[in-house]
Design a protein. Sequence first.
Length: 136
Amino acid sequence: MTVHYLDHFTLRTEHVDATVSFYRDALGLEEGWRPAFPFPGSWLYSAGRPLLHIASLQGSAAQLETYLGVRAAGDGSGALDHIALRCNDLESHRQRLHTLGVPFTERVVPELFEHQLFVEDPNGIRVELIFAYPAA
């Protein structure tokens, strides 16, 4: 059971275009493909990997909340929706969380078929554990 690396971070924002422009123009990330999620947003890539997921707070709030859950809109660090860690051994992670009594939710990403477990840290920060699917 191993956590390999930080996979991505997700921002919720009403300022999608400005956020994309900043991370693209000021930091050099590249806009790229994004799965067909039921809410608008954008993915920005570094070295061929999607590093930043942007979820729009405009337009389809109900669809965003249904998929990602309800979160208070915020600025600064309050705009951070979750961090994602790339892992292996889904069953060991599930068992560890069950043993510790840590609640989690899970699902599979459309089109990518990656398995996700979501937990919340003691500070209210959502952490996504992401596994290849089918998880081995």
